[in-house]
Design a protein around this ligand. Sequence first.
Ligand code: ATP
Ligand code: MG
Length: 609
Amino acid sequence: MAVAPQDGVRAPAAARERLEAVPAPNFIRAIVADDARTGKYGGRVVTRFPPEPNGYLHYGHAKSVILNFGIARENGGRCHLRFDDTNPLKEDVEYEASIEESVRWLGYDWGEHLYHASDYYDRLYEFAEWFIGQGLAYVDSQSADEMRATRGTLTEPGRPSPYRDRTPAENLDLFRRMRAGEFPDGAHVLRLRIDMASPNVNMRDPAIYRIRHASHHRTGDKWCVYPLYDYTHCISDALERITHSICTLEFQDHRPLYDWVIARLADGGRLERPLPQQIEFARLKLTYVVLSKRKLIQLVDGGHVDGWDDPRMPTLVGARRRGFTPEGFRLMAERTGVSKSDAWIDMSVLEDAMRDDLNERAERRVAVLDPIRLVIDNYPEGASETCHAPNHPQKPERGRRGLRFARELWIERDDFAEVPPKGYFRLSPGAEVRLRHAYIVRCVGVEKDAAGNVAVVHCTYDPGTRSGTPGAEARKVKGNIHWLAVDEAVPAEVRLYDRLFRVPFPGDRNPWGTRGEPDAPAAAAAKVAGDDDDEAGLLERDFLDDLNPDSRRVIVAQVEPALALAPPEARYQFERAGYFVADRVDHVPGRPVYNRTVTLKDSWSGRQP
Ligand code: ATP
Ligand code: MG
């Protein structure tokens, strides 16, 4: 499996801060810097993030958001948010609100520069008439099948349509009647008149307008002809005076068309120079998830997850609920860089970025996830004292908090072993451990329930070993376990989330990727067949068969009172367990609900089929 060299490597905090402060060089930053040097855009840097409002943003979009808004921010420029709403059938205002919220959550703001491609329908139409007038566009009345059949292949040129030589007057009349609603869907299209023999299929008289008798969520029934993506996008960029139009690699072959359209319009005095330039980069492809909209919809509709913001979903609303951080996404984006060729990034790169960010910002708290009772036989009944735990071991300025110590405590069930395996340094009969921030205890016996399971662990403590008192550290013990006083701890619902899929390439015929790469020829074939799902064609099996059956386990844990009182979305490290976030939907102070964001250590690397 090809993964980024950064795979699994966690930069030390200092290196990470350096990374964030001084962005690493990459080819896009180099182009922008070059343009600044030559004055190509008079010092302006204007980018845009152009989502289609037909779904929720996912981890891959985060990369694009961070790149576009990041480049603008670094260069004192600006980034527009533009909804690419040219398909009247698929779009929805609900998605727009969610997309805006996710971009803001990532830490970016478009100011007053919120646009819709549909804002430009009048201009796009006017330009189309101009192209017709120039003899550069014609109405084609072939059927879709005929057009496909005459388009040629990668090795054969296309054949001209019998309608290619219609006069401008005839074309204009037909196009106006298309617009007036005289024809049914599919009766005609408007095509640019470029070159049917071009080696680039995209230049073989691409269609730029089609008839669609459909209501649009913003323009209503004003239009029954709608412009197509390639035509709309470059013109929208130029009208907004975008300088660098950053997109993913699949648009590389469309760049000549992008340039052709706006150059003609500029030559004709319709657009202002300098014109925007399209720059392509490799999309983010992550193992252990699916990012295609079609599959995400299947996960939700099939009830495999609890909606779009399920913490296991690779959506940004899901990420937020999971406890992932915007800074963690930025770190991931920096570490994976931008490249001109596709590569898979291992999920551990994203998870490590979250760990590294949370390690810095999350305060420590104690939770006992699988509690078993520990009784200190020689600690006076009814007595208690306060022990102090630092909120962040590397940041004393964050202070410390009190934890009540008493005769009856909760400890983790697996911190005790009646028959300890070799190398086990925690509690077992006769053995000693330190209760963190408190005393050393020795196990003196157990009580069992009717089924023979250990129900209570009995210990004695050594009053001379309290942490922080003189001589306390003189006695060395290897084990160091966390605990909570039974009469202070609060029960909490804790959702232990893990990866949604149990294999790196869900649905792939080779889901463990041991062959090296998912099947590239099959993917290419799918592309030629017009399947716009970039992951399609790799599939020979149902990706749903690769769901991880243990991706969510709900338990009742015992937590310290501070966790019960925290506000929603507060993030913590539960000592020795991982990073957790107070659920933004279900957690209310007093009735705590926590989601596991990520474990402290990667438990996935090295897993095999
Ligand atoms: P999908 O179908 O996977 O949701 P899309 O490309 O159809 O993706 P758009 O809403 O059209 O989604 O994309 C908005 C922007 O986000 C585009 O510029 C697109 O190139 C970028 N983008 C989408 N997916 C990724 C990804 N995996 N990595 C990087 N950028 C991406
Ligand atoms: Mg799209």
